[in-house]
Design a binder for this molecule. Structure first.
Ligand code: ATP
Length: 468
């Protein structure tokens, strides 16, 4: 990673902490690797990103059903899905420092493609190519490291009894969707094709969490399982591919930073006939943002066998019984937030002074509008500014009232958190001797710093237009 790129990540991480977007998890205790806490602005940004997804893929469609399943599930769910046996990453240890790494990542960094390699082949390749740890030391053999977090269910004193009661924190939200397939069918009798959507937490005991919120141990996913007739999978795969681009656009990610990677057969799960990874140009390299996979009938078949339940779909017109096939668009919330933040972070010069700001799309900005009185110690200015703030807030709830520091500082602070528009109430506003609606305020645009006078009576329509 070049110094420049490191530097950009450091600046973003520091901005996130300083301005209340994202804090290190359990920070006052020295932190906990792979966990991060969202502060007031981070949670607002996250909710905007999730709400746009939910509106686009659930609320505005007739063929989608939202659910919110439990994180703890019967462990047989993960036995059937194959996770208990094979949800693992290749681990390799630095012989000297005992630090642990992803073997496939070290191989990639050494210019070797680990696609399709077994752990034995990775071990051999490390020796053959002389791959060393990032500290320059010899590496040990590669082993499979299981990534599901285990936990124990119920109150057991006896260790053996407790051992039989192991369960897992779900490693993906998809499991909760598949086990509710029959429930949704029975409650709503949807016609194929239809989808079930869920946003929620998932947990992976990543060997080496890194790159801020890119690779974490407690993550959030926005997933859809879209059930189709087997013969139609290609058509629906293409539709979802387009829909994912529509989402990228709706949250304001620059299209030229997002790239499709057609995953080659040797890298795909054996049941997937097609997978596209959506990759993003992060400051630390081009990495996976989202996945879109055709999973055939693998999951429903496995859960049908494993549970012994009759989960087939019966067509209400023809009486035909089938196990639908599945298209799965899987989106990480944290990776979306990081893509949004890193692409929005901008440095420029305004009024002869350097500034850094977040050029966020209004749709995701945690605060859409900030309202200030020009001076804070003038009661009439304060009163008028509050009145205007309350009036705007009824229609645009993500709004902030700020009286701290001089007006220039307030603008810079709002720029730094990505607020698209600021409204300032000054003496002309309160001294105007015509109708209240005709008094004017100053409206300032974040990106250009340009200011214009707008009548109080027109402010709402003006703002709505600017925030489109
Ligand atoms: P990677 O290869 O980067 O580990 P993956 O292929 O295992 O990711 P999937 O199992 O396809 O990821 O998970 C779907 C989505 O969940 C990913 O596209 C990503 O957005 C998100 N995701 C997966 N693992 C993590 C993680 N450890 N931290 C943050 N987000 C993650």
């Amino acid at each position: 990673m070049s110094e420049n790129k490191d530097n950009k990540m450091e600046k973003i991480i520091s901005l996130c902490k300083r301005r209340g977007f994202i804090y290190q998890g359990s920070e006052i205790y020295g932190g906990l690797a792979g966990t991060w806490d969202y502060g007031p602005l981070g949670v607002a940004l996250k909710k905007n990103i999730e709400n746009i997804w939910w509106r686009m893929f659930v609320d505005s469609r007739e063929d989608m059903y939202g659910i919110d399943a439990a994180i703890l599930m019967n462990p047989n769910v993960w036995r059937s899905s194959g996770h208990v046996d094979s949800f693992s990453d290749p681990l390799v240890e630095d012989k000297k420092t005992k630090k642990r790494y992803r073997a496939d990542h070290l191989l990639e960094e050494a210019g070797i493609n680990p696609a399709g390699m077994s752990i034995e082949e990775m071990s051999a390749e490390i020796v053959r190519a002389g791959v060393k740890s990032p500290d320059g030391n010899e590496l040990g053999g590669v082993q499979n490291f299981k990534m599901m977090f285990e936990t124990k269910i119920g109150a057991y004193d006896d260790a053996e009894a407790a051992g039989e009661n192991v369960s897992y924190l779900r490693p993906e939200t998809a499991g909760g969707i598949f086990v509710n397939f029959k429930n949704v069918v029975d409650s709503f009798h949807p016609k194929l094709p239809f989808g079930i959507a869920q946003i929620g937490k998932a947990f992976r005991n990543e060997i080496a969490p890194r790159d801020f919120i890119f690779r974490v141990r407690e993550l959030e996913q926005m997933e859809v399982e879209y059930f189709v007739r087997p013969e139609n999978w290609e058509e629906h795969f293409e539709k979802w591919r387009k829909d994912m681009w529509n989402y990228v656009e709706a949250i304001g990610l620059p299209r030229d930073l997002v790239h499709e990677l057609e995953v080659p057969e040797e890298d795909r799960a054996h049941y997937s006939k097609r997978t596209i990874d959506f990759e993003f140009d992060y400051p630390f390299g081009r990495k996976e943002l989202y996945g879109l996979a055709y999973r055939g009938d693998y999951d429903l078949t496995k859960h049908k066998e494993g549970s012994g339940s009759k989960i087939d779909y019966v067509d209400s017109d023809s009486g035909e019984k089938i196990l639908p096939h599945v298209i799965e668009p899987s989106l990480g919330v944290g990776r979306t937030i990081l893509a949004v933040l890193t692409s929005a972070y901008t440095e420029d010069e305004l009024d002869g002074e350097p500034r850094s700001f977040l050029k966020l799309a209004p749709s995701v900005a945690p605060i859409k509008v900030a309202v200030f009185p020009l001076l804070k110690n003038k009661p009439e200015l304060l009163k008028k500014a509050r009145e205007i703030y309350e009036m705007i807030r009824k229609e645009i709830p993500q709004i902030m009232f700020d009286t701290n520091g001089n007006i220039g500082k307030r603008y810079r602070r709002q720029d730094e958190i990505g607020t698209p528009v600021c409204v300032t109430v000054d003496f002309e506003t309160i001294e105007f001797d015509g109708a209240d609606q005709d008094a004017e305020v100053t409206v300032r645009d974040r990106d250009t710093g340009k200011q214009e006078r707008v009548k109080v009576g027109e402010i709402l329509s003006h703002l709505k237009n600017q925030l489109k």
